[in-house]
Design a protein around this ligand. Structure first.
Ligand SMILES: [Zn+2]
Length: 266
């Protein structure tokens, strides 16, 4: 059981039609003390698998003994989510490159500031859920500054970014606040996507996050052992310029045996 469940609504700007732009979160307060974990999804509006996982996590966690606090941000980029696009329609810039945000900036820059102030600066651990879109992605978890927690999600492929190698190491992501400014544990998950039933991905995400919470002693239950895991330090997207890969000609999804470079068909 949790002690209380509280919606948190924060208005961060007024749109041209007079309506309020609001950041909506849900806080679950445990009955005993512990860390505050923030779980966010859909910072890219067309990556909604994580949002579905957060809904399922809410259903489970509201009836689970909890130490500490969990803040759910199921839709970090609501206007992009509404139209199933990566970027907000107002300014068409990548919200996850605008952190820590700006009060005098565009819609996405103001939204980034609201997420920084109202969410990222009020939590002790951050779990950010991304996924493929209508195109699938290889499932992997970033190793940033808390390898134990990243591994505890249970993904078989992990990615440790290395400067100057191909990958997704960009300035202005949420780690500008969580890691560079505050130094709190931060885990980014890439799981799901493609025009297929997302149910198995949602289940894996829910199980992975619950295991991370068990590792930190926030919910009861045995910690699941990690599977055999590969750590990559370089990402490469492979897309055909004509036609498409067939199963017979597609490259292997990951070069295994602890290889430093993993290749993914994105
Ligand atoms: Zn994303």
């Amino acid at each position: 059981m949790v002690k209380s469940i509280n919606p948190i609504r924060h208005k961060f700007t007024t749109l041209a039609d007079g309506t309020d732009a609001v950041l909506l979160m849900h806080e679950l307060v445990g009955e005993t003390d512990g860390p505050t974990v923030g779980i966010s999804a859909s910072i890219h509006g067309n990556e909604n698998t994580g949002t579905q996982a957060i809904l399922e996590l809410f259903r489970i966690l509201k009836d689970t003994p909890l130490s500490g606090r969990i803040v759910l941000l199921p839709v970090a980029n609501p206007s992009a989510f509404a139209v199933n696009q990566r970027f907000a329609t107002h300014d068409k810039v990548d919200l996850n490159r605008q952190f820590p945000g700006s009060a005098r900036g565009t819609y996405s820059q103001q939204l980034a500031l609201a997420i920084s102030d109202q969410f990222l600066r009020k939590i002790d651990i951050h779990i950010d859920l991304h996924s493929g879109t209508d195109r699938p992605t290889v499932d992997y978890v970033y190793i940033w500054n808390d390898e134990e927690l990243s591994r505890a999600f249970g993904s078989t492929v992990l990615y440790r970014p290395v400067p100057d190698k191909q990958g997704t190491v960009f300035a202005g992501t949420s780690k500008a606040v969580t890691i560079e400014e505050r130094g709190i544990p931060s885990v980014v998950v890439e799981l799901g996507g493609g025009i297929v039933d997302q149910t198995p991905y949602i289940e894996r995400t829910v199980n992975g996050v619950l295991n991370m919470l068990r590792v930190r002693g926030m919910i009861p239950g045995d910690v699941a052992p990690n599977p055999k895991q590969i750590v990559c330090n370089e990402l490469a997207g492979i897309r055909p310029t004509q036609g498409a890969f067939s199963n017979r000609s597609a490259p292997p999804m990951a070069k295994s045996s602890g290889a430093a470079n993993c290749w993914a068909a994105l």
